[in-house]
Write a protein that binds this ligand. Structure first.
Ligand SMILES: Cc1ncc(COP(=O)(O)O)c(C=O)c1O
Length: 414
C-alpha cells in the first residue's frame, strides 16, 4: 500500500490537470516552488471575496476578524515547528528575507571587526550573500566548513575545527537544495553553542518535507518560505528565540512596528510586531494556515516517508541510465537525504536536458540552483539537472522522466 494516497492528493491540485505540449504536466521542481492545493487557493479567494480588511487598525468587525485570523495563523505555524509561542514567529516574504533580517538587525548589534561568521560549502546564495554583506560592513571574517566529497555531507571534523575558533554566528541549511543532504543540525547547533556561537538554520528545504522541531534542534533562528510548502509566494517566516528577538533592534521601521510615535522619538511595538513594519501579507498568513492544515492532515512523517520512497526509486532508475552521474549522498544514506536528485548526462548541457524534458511536459530545474559556489567551484560543473519531489509525485512520473532522458541521449548521440 502507498504511504500517501497520491491519486487523491493530486485531485486537490488543479494545475496538475494541465497539459503541456499535449502531455500531462509532470512537475518535478518543487524545491523551487511547490504547487498549491485548492484549499489554499480557496482561502485566498475567500479572503478577498469576504474578509479583506487591514489588520491592527480598524475597530470594526471585518478588521478585528482579519487581525484575529492573522494572529491565529502565527499560533498555527508556531505549533507546526514547535516554537514556544507566536511571539517567536515573524512573518517575512521568504527565507531570504528572514536571513537578511538576522544579518542586518542581529548582525548590527553583535558582530564586530575581526569576528568570524561560519557557513558551510553547501549553502544557497540566500544563506551566503547576506553574511558576505555583513562581513563587508563590519570587517568580519567569512569562513566555510568543508564538504566531505565521499559522502556529500558537511565534513564534521572541519566544522568542529572551525567552530573552536569561536565564530559569532554559524548559519547552515537543514537540507541542501542541490544535493539533498540533510545535515545533523542538532549536533551542529550543540557544538556551536558550546563555543559561544549563535545559530541560524536555513529551513527553506526542510520545513516543507519533514517534521521540524526548533526547540529540539535548539537553534536560535530558523528561516523558512511558505511557497515551498503549499502556501502562496510572498509569505515566509523567521523563528527566533524570544529573548534574542527581544534584544534585537527592528530591521524595518514605520507603521505597525510602533506603540507610539512623537516628532522626535518612537516606542517600539511588542514581539512579533516589532519586526513587521507596514501592512503585512494577511491573505498569505491565512493561506499558510490552510497549507499547514493540509500537510498535517497527511502527517509530516508520511510526507517524509513518501518522498524517501520516490527518491530511492529515482536514484535506482537514474543509476541505470548510461552516462548519468548522480550527485549527493548515496542510497545507503537515504535517511539523511531529502527529495532532490541532481545529476548530469554525459556532455549534454543541463539546459538541453531541461528543454527536451519540457517538450515532454516534464518540468525540471537546470542550472546552478542558486548555489554557484557549490555547483561551479566545488563540484566543478557549469550546471546540473535536478528532479525534486513532493506529496503529489509518483514513481510513474519518474519513469516518464527517465524515458525522456533516454530520448535526450538519442538526440545527442551520447
Ligand atoms: C536551501 C535554500 N535556502 C534558501 C532559499 C531561498 O528561498 P526563497 O527564494 O523562498 O527566499 C532556497 C530556495 O530555493 C533554498 O533552497
Amino acid at each position: 500500500m502507498e504511504t500517501l494516497d497520491v491519486d487523491a492528493i493530486r485531485k486537490d491540485f488543479p494545475i496538475l490537470k494541465r497539459k503541456m505540449n499535449g502531455k500531462r504536466l509532470v512537475y518535478l521542481d518543487s524545491a523551487a516552488t511547490s504547487q498549491k492545493p485548492i484549499q489554499v487557493i480557496k482561502t485566498i479567494c475567500d479572503y478577498y471575496k469576504e474578509q479583506n480588511a487591514n489588520i491592527h487598525r480598524g475597530l470594526y468587525q471585518l478588521s478585528a476578524d482579519a487581525t484575529e485570523r492573522y494572529v491565529d495563523s502565527k499560533r498555527r505555524l508556531a505549533k507546526f515547528i514547535n516554537a514556544s509561542e507566536m511571539q517567536e514567529i515573524v512573518y517575512v516574504r521568504n527565507a531570504t528575507e528572514a536571513i537578511n533580517l538576522v544579518a542586518y538587525a542581529w548582525g548590527a548589534q553583535n558582530v564586530q571587526k575581526g569576528d568570524r561568521i561560519l557557513l558551510t560549502e553547501l549553502e544557497h546564495h540566500s544563506n551566503i550573500v547576506p553574511w558576505m554583506e555583513l562581513a563587508r560592513r563590519k570587517g568580519a571574517v567569512l569562513e566555510y566548513a568543508k564538504m566531505d566529497d565521499k559522502v556529500a555531507h558537511v565534513d564534521m571534523g572541519d566544522f568542529m575545527e572551525k567552530i573552536e575558533k569561536r565564530p559569532k554566528i554559524v548559519a547552515f541549511a537543514h537540507m541542501s537544495n542541490v544535493l539533498g543532504t540533510i545535515n545533523n543540525v542538532k549536533e551542529m547547533t550543540k557544538a556551536a553553542h558550546k563555543n559561544g556561537a549563535t545559530v541560524l538554520v536555513d529551513g527553506a528545504q526542510s520545513a516543507p518535507h519533514m517534521k521540524v522541531d526548533v526547540r529540539e534542534i535548539d537553534c536560535d533562528f530558523f528561516a523558512l518560505s511558505g511557497h515551498k510548502m503549499l502556501a502562496p509566494m510572498g509569505i515566509g517566516a523567521l523563528y527566533g528565540k524570544r529573548q534574542i528577538l527581544e534584544d534585537m533592534e527592528p530591521f524595518l521601521t514605520g507603521g505597525d512596528m510602533i506603540k507610539s510615535v512623537h516628532y522626535h522619538s518612537y516606542e517600539k511595538n511588542e514581539l512579533p510586531w516589532k519586526f513587521e513594519a507596514g501592512t503585512p501579507n494577511v491573505e498569505g498568513g491565512l493561506a499558510f494556515t490552510a497549507a499547514i492544515d493540509y500537510l498535517e492532515g497527511l502527517g509530516m512523517d508520511k510526507v517524509r516517508q513518501h518522498e524517501k520512497e520516490v527518491t530511492k526509486y529515482a536514484i535506482e532508475e537514474l543509476g541505470k541510465v548510461k552516462g548519468v552521474k548522480i550527485y549527493g549522498p548515496g542510497m545507503e544514506e537515504i535517511e539523511r537525504r531529502g527529495g532532490v536528485v541532481s545529476f548530469s548526462v554525459d556532455k549534454v548541457h543541463p539546459h538541453d536536458v531541461s528543454q527536451i524534458l519540457g517538450e515532454e511536459g516534464i518540468a525540471i530545474r537546470a542550472g546552478h540552483h542558486c548555489a554557484m559556489p557549490l555547483v561551479t567551484e566545488r563540484l566543478g560543473e557549469a550546471a546540473l539537472s535536478r528532479f525534486s519531489f513532493y506529496i503529489y509525485n509518483k514513481s510513474d512520473e519518474v519513469d516518464k522522466a527517465i524515458r525522456a532522458l533516454k530520448k535526450v541521449r538519442r538526440i545527442f548521440r551520447v
